[in-house]
Design a protein around this ligand. Structure first.
Ligand code: IVH
Length: 649
């Protein structure tokens, strides 16, 4: 890097951080930002005389936007030095041990959200302040008070600043985006932007609706006299704050590496997004001794996880026709390795989304792959366009059967029930795991069976025999016999699987179970009123069931005769007990699997529900109970530990 490039890099970094911190709309990935940032750091280290005061390295952190009152923190909010690999950890440890060799480390997740400072005086929450530049933030007390995991009062009378991260849980993020998509609004790029944007709303009723969660990670000014950070944090949790999903006190390199691996391995299973693990010296006296550089504490470091967001290029947009006829665009992208998996395609939801984001062929985009969800395009880097990008034209005809497409709300749909793609996909769906779970009916085989004319609908699957199969190209004896065996195994399965496999629009696994439990075989004759009475089933679903049954009565009967599904046995009436007729919610880790506990409680005549409401009678909780526990407390729902439940039984 020369001086011109240095100046250029600074401008770029400042633009990127404005988009990140002020506009909540990042235009690059953390990874790319970090790389350039480190190049700037290196340049400044070797050319200290050329250091520019506008350099992002001289800035403490987030910027402040208009709209809120500025508020100084009682003590400075620091940021963290990042490390990315074993060598980084090794270097940091060597440096830290030089300052003090007699130390241990507190490790906890690095949450990917927005930082927040809470000021409590006389046990009352008086201020909530965003991080801002680390010294002065924005006063957002009204918004903060809508967040349920932030206690409004605590059993601690001296003035204290409690610091932590505001996050949005992944399921809540999906829910918000789904609704926004449905309502034709722009979706949030990732949970972090959604959290930051929701926190800094001028209208706090918007914040309240977003189900934000606060996770404490430290304190600012305090009068606490703990020797260890781990004990101090334990005290903070005991005041009514959430615990991290994983934490550990470790001794040195190997143990830190070990817990880092565990957290990285398990990160998908946590409710919130993590972008790394924070390592902090556990001895508070040593922390004070070590102190701070201009920007960061010497006693702490952020050990980042492999990136889940990458920049790539859109090569092509292909169209997929699903079993319901919905035509969804899929982007074929330049293959990109994301945390060990080569990503080549990304979903685009629907055409409105393409138009809104103005995605063009040849565009540079940010893709996100997290957990086992399909990678998605979260951002188009329009500022990187060369002018040669090509607009995507919304199709008017089904790419498979060429029949006219109709716009149904946000979805573009092929109306032809016999469209090859619809038929093939409904057969695939019929055989999928949450339906009849028929092994060996992959897309290639289903297509071959369909093209040969042997299988035109799911019913035809059961007319297949060895002779017919052996005539097909690529079907040898073994493959054919395996398929026939799998088809045999599709028989005598639980009835809810049968209902689910029918592919009734809007009716998924949960609704299928409800229908099976409530009506058994007679679900085909249930009236709309009866169906709506079932919990979790609304008008739209009920109408869809009725319409399906009306149109497909013959097929349902035929399939039922072939498959002989098992009608659920009605439970015997339970004897009198404290749970009979009650609604129970389970949360946390228990001594046995959730399924076993659920079964046990259902036999007692209770209904086990997935979410807490005023109607819930009991919340039974195990280890690491999370938001459900908080909600139960708020609503005054009686809570029982697993042990207490067993005693009652
Ligand atoms: S400690 C004294 N711990 O990461 C050091 N920060 O990159 C202050 N963050 O601004 C930060 N999880 O918003 C700390 N467990 C954690 C964290 C955490 C997320 C955020 C925080 C901070 C940023 C620094």
């Amino acid at each position: 890097m020369n001086n011109t490039e240095y100046k250029q890099a600074m401008q770029t970094l400042n633009l990127w951080s404005k988009h990140y911190y002020v506009l909540d709309d990042p235009i690059t990935t953390d990874e790319v930002y970090d790389k350039l940032y480190h190049e700037v750091v290196e340049y400044e280290e070797s050319n200290p005389n050329e250091l520019d005061k506008n350099s992002p390295t001289q800035r403490v952190g987030d910027m402040i936007s208009e709209g809120f009152t500025k508020e100084p923190h009682l003590s400075r909010m620091w940021s963290l030095e990042d490390i990315f690999d074993k060598e980084g950890l090794d270097k940091w440890l060597t440096k830290t041990y030089k300052l003090d060799s007699n130390i241990s480390f507190y490790c906890e997740p690095k949450y990917d959200g927005a930082s927040l400072n809470l000021i409590y005086e006389n046990g009352v929450l008086v201020k909530g302040v965003t991080r801002g530049d680390g010294t002065i933030g924005e006063l957002i007390t009204r918004n903060v008070k809508t967040i349920k995991s932030i206690p409004l009062t605590i059993e601690h009378k001296e003035t204290i600043e409690i610091r932590g991260e505001i996050v949005i849980f992944k399921d809540e993020f999906e829910r918000i985006n789904k609704r926004r998509l449905h309502e034709g609004e722009a979706v949030f790029a990732n949970p972090r932007n959604a959290a930051a944007g929701s926190l800094r709303q001028l209208d706090s009723s918007v914040t309240a609706k977003r189900n934000l969660v606060f996770l404490p990670y430290g304190v600012g000014i305090d009068t606490l006299k703990y020797k260890y950070l781990s004990d101090k944090m334990e005290y903070i949790y005991s005041l009514g704050f959430r615990k991290p999903p994983q934490r550990a006190v470790t001794q040195g390199y190997d143990e830190i590496e070990e817990i880092y691996k565990v957290m990285n391995r398990d990160r998908d299973s946590y409710d919130m997004m993590l972008d790394g693990m924070v390592v902090k010296v556990n001895e508070i006296a040593a922390q004070i001794d070590m102190g701070y550089t201009v920007k960061v504490p010497r006693f702490s470091v952020a050990y980042k996880f492999p990136a889940v967001e990458k920049i790539t290029t859109v090569k092509e947009i292909i169209l997929q026709v699903g079993r319901t006829g919905a035509v969804t665009p899929v982007a074929i992208v330049e293959p990109t390795n994301i945390d060990g998996v080569v990503v080549e395609r990304a979903t685009l939801h629907n055409f409105d989304e393409i138009e809104r984001k103005d995605i063009r062929l040849g565009d540079k985009v940010i893709i996100l792959r997290s957990g086992d969800v399909i990678p998605k395009i979260i951002k188009v880097l329009t500022h990187e366009r060369s002018g040669s990008e090509v607009k995507v034209i919304k199709p008017t005809k089904c790419p498979v059967c060429e029949s006219e497409l109709l716009q149904e709300v946000v979805l573009l749909k092929c109306q032809n029930l016999e469209c090859d793609a619809r038929v093939v996909n409904s057969i695939m769906y019929f055989a999928s795991k949450p339906c009849l779970n028929i092994d060996g009916l992959g897309v290639k085989i289903v297509e071959a069976l369909f093209k040969s004319g042997l299988v035109k609908s799911v019913v035809d699957l059961f007319d297949l025999d060895l002779e017919k199969l052996l005539e097909l190209e690529g079907f040898k004896e073994k493959k054919s016999q395996n398929l026939l065996n799998s088809l045999k195994n599709a028989k005598a399965q639980d009835y809810w699987r049968f209902i689910n496999a029918l592919g009734i629009e809007h009716v998924g696994e949960v609704a299928s179970k409800t229908l099976a439990e409530n009506f058994g075989f007679s679900f085909v004759t249930a009236t709309k009123e009866q169906i709506i009475e079932c919990e979790g089933i609304g008008e739209e679903m009920a109408e869809s069931v009725l319409k399906f049954v009306r149109v497909n009565a013959e097929t349902i009967t035929k399939l039922q005769t072939i498959l002989e599904p098992l009608e659920p046995v009605k439970r015997e009436e339970a004897k009198e007990n404290p749970f009979k007729g009650k609604t129970v919610v389970l949360t946390g880790t228990m001594s046995e699997s959730r399924g076993v506990i659920k079964e046990m409680i259902e036999t007692l005549g209770a209904k086990v529900s997935g979410s807490i409401s005023k109607k819930t009678d009991f919340l039974i909780y195990g280890e690491d109970a999370g938001s459900k526990y908080d909600k139960a407390e708020k609503l005054g729902v009686k809570t029982l530990t697993e042990g207490e439940m067993r005693e009652l039984i």
